[in-house]
Each structure stands twice: as C-alpha cells, then as structure tokens.
Design a protein around this ligand. Sequence first.
Ligand code: SAM
Length: 290
Amino acid sequence: MIDRPIATKSRTREIQEKWNAQTKKSFGQNFIVEPGVVEKIARAASADGKGVMIEIGPGIGALTQYLCEYNEKVVAYEIDPRFPEVLREEIGADNLEVILTDFLDVDVNAMLEPYAKAGTPVRFASNLPYYVTTPILFKLFEARQPIESITVMMQKEVADRFAAPSSSKEYNALSVITQYRCNIRRVMDVNRNVFWPSPNVGSAVLQFTFKNEHPVKNEEHFISMVKACFVQRRKTLLNNLQAWTGDKAKALALLENAGIDPATRAQQLGVDDFIKLYKVNYEHESICES
Ligand code: SAM
C-alpha cells in the first residue's frame, strides 16, 4: 500500500521544486500524475512479481514506486543525472537499484545473461519518450536471452502501428516484424491529461510477450524481404519484389510459388502469408521435412 504516490500533480511539483528537477524536453520527459494509471501499468507488468523488473526511464519515480511495491527487485536505467538521487531518497526502497546510463548504449545480452544463468525471470516496464520507443523495443526484441514480458507506454499512433491487423491503414513492416516475434496485448489507452507536462497526443500501453516458435531460420533475410514488400505501399507486391530481387521474372516466381496473386499489395498479407512467401522460396528443404 503506497501512502504518498509520487504520481500526483502536487507531489510531482513538490519533488521538482525540492530537487530543482524541472522536466527537460530533450529527454522526452512527461511524468505521469495519476496514481490509478501507474498502478494499472505496474500490476499488468509485474505478474507474480518474482524475479527482476527492469524499468527504462524512471524519471522521478511515478511508476518505479509501484514497481518496487509489486516486484522482488527493480533495476531502473535513467539517462538524466539529476534523477538517481531523487529516486533513492523519495522512494526509499531497499529493492531498488538505479543505473545512470543511456539505455541505447546498454549491451542487453550481457545484462540479461546472469539472470538467464540463475533462472531469474526478467520483465521490462517503461513509459518511453516517443523518439526512443522503436529503437529500444527492437533492442529488446533482438535479445537472445529470455524475457518474460515487456510492458510499455508509448504514443498512441506508434502503438496502433505495432498492433495493427492486416489490411488496416496502420499495418506496415513494423507491424509484421513485431507480430512475427511477439504476441501483443493492449493494456490500456491513456489520455494526454494524465501527464505533466501534457503532450500533444494520446498514449497507449502495450504488453509484448515472445512467441515460442521461430518459423524462419534466417530472420534477418526474412525481415529484409518484409521491409522490401512495403517500400512503396501503393505498388503491388510484384513491383516491390522486383525492386528487391532486381528481376521481374524472379519476383513473379516468388509470388507464384507461394500462390499469391502478383497484384496483391503488402498490406493485404497477414504475418503467416509473409512466412509462407519466405519459406517456400528460401527454406524449401525445411518445408519438405515437415
Ligand atoms: N517513468 C516516468 C513517468 O512515467 O512519469 C518518466 C517517463 S518520461 C516519458 C521518460 C523518462 O525516460 C525520462 O525520465 C527520461 O529522462 C528517460 N530517458 C529518455 N531517454 C532515455 C534513454 N535513452 N535511456 C534511459 N532513460 C531515458
């Protein structure tokens, strides 16, 4: 039970004045000032709370405070040198470790390895600035060590793209690549008024969990094909694949082998269609084996 949540307007103002910690636009700082919202995110992110919770960008601790309540151990990575002391003093939790660093510089595999060796479950939670959402998430998606879940608040438009179904206007290469790797749950939509300062756009919280299966062996090549299919959204798959392969007859053969009409556009294909398109052409052997 938290007596004095940091995630209120008055407490945030008080902490900012005490520590001379006004928000900085350059670090994408918009603090949550609604305790119900941080509590919901923390609950969704924490599951049974066993193991370690890694928070990226704790700020002055709105979400961190609840994560410390629901998890055995919390490790928070913050870029702003003003905040580690604020977090330690204002939260005062024994299970909190704060690391001052740019998370984009962190070697995620090296960081996760000791947890993997010890069999410690690792979860991530974050309210990310919009300009680092995609690079940070892809760093985590590409990790070779196990991650239980990643729960992230992001700009609503970006969330819509990650979770978009095929044939919707938001569906793009990012949607396919992410949905190939992860199941996505939309935890909640969040009004811009719950932030201080209030951003111009709404936000949403998504939770990513990894799929167990890896249907494609050469994921890098698969991803380059998916990206190529979406290069010119209005053009047909035949046109985009022709540009990728440099050969119209080859592009036509790729589509015919997978039974896909060459006039189809990339946004009409589901994730499984992309997997099929790739495998029948580039991993034929594995299909014969199965
Ligand atoms: N978690 C707090 C909350 O919800 O109120 C703050 C969220 S604020 C949108 C984003 C936080 O991420 C800021 O504290 C900012 O300094 C930090 N940040 C921005 N870029 C970062 C990076 N590359 N690595 C680590 N922290 C970063």
